[in-house]
Design a binder for this molecule. Sequence first.
Ligand code: ZN
Length: 111
Amino acid sequence: MKQKAAFCFCCRYFSQSTSEQQFKFAGYKNWQHAVEENKGFAKIAASAGHVQAALIWAERQHRITNEQSVSTLVHEKQLERNRYYIRSIAEVVQFLCINELPCVVVLTIVY
Ligand SMILES: [Zn+2]
């Protein structure tokens, strides 16, 4: 990505809000108002969506630091099986796409 635009990392990757679209996807380019009070960066930093995204990001960092992320809580054997299942599904979908074959997917989630 090579643009003269500013993006907000935590909004881009952790925001569930639709209000920070400019900082997520298009990038902020209004440099004239970027550092003015209650505009640009200050406005996004004070927005509820940004604050929520920052909290989610901090929570994620905390879980990784304390080895409490989902991947560390799941038993290693189960993690390997899950990775095998996902890889197998991806290979089947890739095969169907390459050979232009129709596909009907029925997902069953077992808890
Ligand atoms: Zn943000």
